[in-house]
Write a protein that binds this ligand. Structure first.
Ligand code: FAD
Length: 386
């Protein structure tokens, strides 16, 4: 981990200890800020199962000093394969682009360790109920806390965002997903390349999809996709008979999913805001740009934007925070907007079932390839503004 730098006399209040909040907090603290993170949950933990991280997220983790920890418990699967109605339709290795699969609890632990090592104060059971563009938050306890920078990283239902009244459009997609972390069961799965990520699609006789993502030697992330309108497909606990009849080859892992504790079916949401900033308040992560997971970029964009926000806020002159945040949004946002739009389109048209949409459509890897730590990264930004 990086060593703590000299205090710079500035203070940030962060709402939410998810991937976005922890990234912003660590990057600020590593630049000399005093930082307090408020997490409304009683425990610091990440809900959900596994995750795919690309070059953008990995570059941020490296800048936070967390590469060694990430590499210790993650993997790069040999191929990302897509199968439709039992037939393999594509297999891609991304031509050397760095990507890793890992569990969400582990990524959360790594970010939490980095935050604590950087001197971030984290308060659990501390709910932020409102924020003020002048640079203040109000907690559920009634306490008001002032800051040079307020970061709203409190997820898709952000109270920082909604208390200020950011103009927004929120769309829900027709499909959703139930996520599980289960044992690999590799020996029981029969012959096959079970170290690959495999995106299994059945569109007939009904839409049922399984995203199969090995995270390490022992843990497997599977996401079972079904339309919201399909009562049986979206049911939790899962209907084991339905899923094993669609995917008999996955029976051992589906049996583990069927007995998982407290499974939840999640619909996807796209949240598009008129602006990500108001005065000294900046929104990052799902609070600002929740997106469908088609391109697996929600957390990558969250971490990239949280990291660049910390750099932009640190560079702000005294009294210049508002302008600095506006400039940060102007420069960083086009990448996220484009990724968000493409992800929503793929969720709507289910075209990823046709196979490789990553390297066949190079724009789809634009965000994944982005390097938020590269000082020359904005050279192309103007071309991206719609
Ligand atoms: C099915 C699915 C698969 C996905 N797969 C991928 C993938 O492979 N790769 C990828 O990059 N992204 C993926 N994503 C997207 C990714 O999960 C999210 O974009 C990311 O987790 C958002 O992080 P966040 O920190 O913004 O929000 P959250 O993870 O929602 O964190 C918000 C935190 O704030 C806390 N909080 C909420 N309200 C308050 C409050 N009022 N006061 C204080 N604390 C509060 C919450 O308890 C929580 O801890 C996927 C999403 C889904 C739904």
């Amino acid at each position: 981990m990086r060593s703590i730098v000299e205090p710079n006399g500035r203070h940030a209040e962060v709402s939410g200890a998810g991937f976005a909040g922890l990234t912003a907090a660590t990057a600020l603290a590593q630049r000399g800020w005093s930082v307090t993170v408020h997490e409304k949950g009683r425990e610091l933990r990440e809900q959900g199962a596994g995750i795919v991280l690309w070059h953008n997220g990995l570059r941020v983790l490296d800048a936070l000093g967390a590469t060694e920890a990430i590499m210790a418990n993650s993997m790069t699967p040999p191929y990302y394969e897509t199968r439709k109605q039992g037939q393999s339709v594509s297999r891609e290795d991304f031509g050397g682009l760095p990507w890793r699969t890992l569990t969400r609890p582990y990524l959360h632990k790594v970010l939490l360790d980095a935050a604590l090592a950087a001197g971030v104060e984290i308060r659990t059971g501390s709910e932020v109920v409102a924020a003020d563009p002048s640079g203040a938050i109000t907690l559920a306890s009634g306490e008001v806390r002032r800051a040079d920078l307020v970061v709203g990283a409190d997820g898709v239902k952000s109270q920082v965002r909604d208390s200020i009244g950011f103009e927004q459009e929120r769309l829900k997609s027709r499909d959703g997903i139930t996520r599980f972390l289960v044992p690999r069961h590799k020996a029981e799965l029969g012959p096959g390349e079970w170290d690959n990520v495999i995106d299994f699609w059945n569109l007939e006789p009904r839409y049922l999809r399984v995203l199969y993502v090995p995270c390490n030697d022992d843990e497997l992330y599977i996401a079972l996709g079904a339309p919201r309108a399909d009562e049986e497909g979206s049911r939790t606990p899962i209907n084991l008979e339905l899923w094993t009849s669609a995917y008999p080859e996955l029976a051992p892992v589906l049996r583990s999913a069927a007995v998982a504790e407290d499974p939840k079916y999640y619909g996807y949401e796209t949240t598009m805001l008129e602006s990500w900033t108001a005065g000294r308040v900046a929104l990052v992560g799902d609070a600002a740009h929740a997106m469908c997971p088609a391109l697996a970029q929600g957390a990558g964009c969250a971490m990239a934007n949280a990291y660049t926000l910390a750099a932009a806020a640190t560079e702000a002159d005294a009294g210049g925070m508002e302008d600095s945040l506006l400039e940060w949004e102007r420069l960083e946002r086009p990448y996220t907007d484009r990724c968000q739009r493409r992800s929503a389109d793929y969720a709507a048209n289910r075209q990823m079932s046709e196979g490789n949409q990553f390297t066949d459509v190079p724009e789809n890897l634009e965000t994944a390839k982005y390097d938020p730590t590269d000082p020359h990264r904005h050279a192309r930004t103007q071309e991206l503004v719609p």
